[in-house]
Design a protein around this ligand. Sequence first.
Ligand code: NDP
Ligand code: MG
Length: 372
Amino acid sequence: MKRRISILGSTGSIGRQALEVIEKLEDKFEIIALAAGGNTDLLNEQIKKFKPKFAYASKPENIEGAEYVSMEEICSNRDNDIILVAVSGRVGLRPTITAINNGIDIALANKETLVMAGDIVMPLAKEKGVKIIPVDSEHCAIHQCIKDIAQVDRLIITASGGPFLRKTVEDMKNATVQEALAHPRWNMGKKITVDSATLMNKGLEVIEAHHLFGMDYDRIKVVVHPQSVVHSAIEYVDGSVIAQLGLPSMHIPIQYAITYPERFEGIKSRSFSFSEIARLDFEEPDWDKFKALDLAIEAGKIGGSATVCLNAANEEAVFAFLDGRIKLFDIVHTVEDMMSKHVVVKNPTLDEIFDIDNEIRAKTKELFLNFV
Ligand code: NDP
Ligand code: MG
């Protein structure tokens, strides 16, 4: 029987690659709905090709060839076996919760869902018996390595180090948008690419891992691995380490997540060759240069609304950097400033999370008025 799937964020980097996977496995999937933001030209091409019954875009009147529905409606449609949440930003959170409430499994790419509300999302998924299968390559790797979480001592998350790994602090201070977007290993959306340059992305991934696998922060280790071949690893209590390896391509974790627990050849283009790769390097992160990493882990440890503040301030600062209004280092200074002023709410409700998110964004934007 075909697996019935919907994709939120079908026009983005993850969404487009997911459709490439589905194209290779067309006899295995039926697409129920596609959702995009503003790129209705691409969405309409996708509708023509994949023929979903329903579609969402921020301008419904531009949709051609499918019936308009909201993302909430997509996630309430129990015809779905699985929903790939690959929108960027906080818009992923409410639809994910709706899908979980409807008992629909989730392939989760959207980081913000767990960073903002992991304490709500994960217990709800457990209560409803819903699987949350990670798409993020590091978490997908860990998901593949874990047999019994109770026997795992540590999670080891790898980081490529981004474009500034071998650059000085001075180089980073003067970095252009173009330099920050020139990621050596991964081709991703702009926001996550800037986060990868500051290592904020790795910090967000530590928070994600904490929620996904229920692991204490002091048992999650980050190691820099420039080749991005070891996607992450786990260490069992007996010292045995299991890692997941593969060529750096998001097609593989996307395919894993949407076909789980089955595996197919699908997108595989060539075999993995240890001798071709020849060497794998590992090193400690430079915590002084990449302060965002520490900041994110601290926010995770504080918990409650601290990660909401971190995420909102960071996202607004990244947008300001991409707009050329602030420098790369201003991102982490901004987040630090907002975090230091934030009064943490311990167990925020979903509404409180959105209120705090709005408040931090407004305050962050206000801060930038002084930068112009
Ligand atoms: P992109 O910026 O490439 O794509 C974002 C997608 O979300 C687009 O389809 C966009 O639509 C859609 N979107 C944005 N805002 C809205 C909105 N308000 N309503 C509906 N749709 C919206 O991002 P990525 O694909 O890179 O990343 C998506 C998520 O996955 C992020 O949370 C990211 O952190 C995570 N992730 C990404 C990885 C990667 O390799 N790219 C790796 C691991 C995680 P449109 O373009 O039509 O406006
Ligand atoms: Mg990742």
